[in-house]
Ligand binder design. Structure first.
Ligand SMILES: [Zn+2]
Length: 109
């Protein structure tokens, strides 16, 4: 799990301002392919989980442990469909993105 979170951070850092202004192909994951979300565990603390998006960017994160021949494991990355309301998420991301791009335009003009 830690590896994925680090990778997402790296992707976000590498984004230039120019790329920020471009409309993402996918508002669910903002083209990162992965969505981090927080859940309260049965132990009562908040833990961060990752779910992969169902778009092409998310396909690179497909990890079905049970289908691995060499290292059998029950571990897999859930798809966003299984854990969150992706339409709500996309809507929130879209609104944030619109607000951000408007702000950027105002600074320029
Ligand atoms: Zn996506």
């Amino acid at each position: 799990m830690q590896g994925i979170a680090e990778r997402v951070e790296e992707l976000q850092k590498n984004k230039t301002n120019e790329e920020d202004k471009k409309q993402p192909k996918c508002f669910i994951c903002m083209d990162t392919g992965i969505i981090l979300y927080k859940r309260i565990t049965s132990f009562g603390y908040e833990a961060e989980y990752a779910a992969r998006c169902t778009c092409s960017a998310g396909n690179q994160y497909i990890y079905e442990g049970r289908e691995c021949k060499d290292h059998k494991s029950e571990y897999r990355i859930a798809t966003i469909d299984e854990v969150l309301d992706k339409y709500e998420l996309a809507q929130n991301n879209f609104q944030q993105w619109i607000a951000k791009s408007r702000e950027a335009t105002n600074h320029e003009g």
